[in-house]
Design a protein around this ligand. Structure first.
Ligand SMILES: [Zn+2]
Length: 138
């Protein structure tokens, strides 16, 4: 359990497809919504496939490995909860299976990130209800 939780840390709202995604995260099972017809990932989750227009979905497991796709570095906190994280990088990781996810890459200073850097998922059990999928360098 992460003990760095503060009162104004904005947690995900657990409803709809977000609830499904975070329920898998809580079980340390990284899954992304995927079209059940053409197998194209949909992230963030949404009802309609943008490739074949199917409404059919499934939650497909991924290995949890990928690479740094891009990032931006936040230099100023947006609230008290973020002060201890400054500066931090908001990173987009591209999973080996294809979907890209906005996340954290921990264990490395932002100025040492590199495009294409291999990373692996880990699970930050932020609260009893919310577990975030974060990444660390391989
Ligand atoms: Zn499709």
């Amino acid at each position: 359990m992460n003990t760095n939780v503060h009162d104004d840390y904005q947690l995900p709202v657990l409803q709809g497809t977000a609830k499904e995604f975070y329920t898998y995260c809580k079980a340390h099972d990284l899954r992304f919504q995927r079209c059940a017809q053409c197998k194209t990932f949909r992230h963030p989750p949404r009802p309609l496939c943008n490739k074949c227009y199917s409404f059919e979905t499934e939650w497909a497991p991924v290995k949890g490995t990928g690479k740094v796709y891009c990032w931006t570095v936040a230099m100023a906190p947006i609230g008290k909860a973020w002060v201890s994280y400054m500066p931090y990088a908001a990173v987009v990781v591209e999973l080996d299976e294809g979907p890209r996810v906005a996340t954290w890459v921990t264990g490395i200073p932002p100025d040492q990130l590199k495009v294409g850097m291999p990373v692996k998922v880990w699970y930050d059990e932020l609260t009893p209800e919310v577990t975030l999928a974060k990444f660390k360098p391989l």
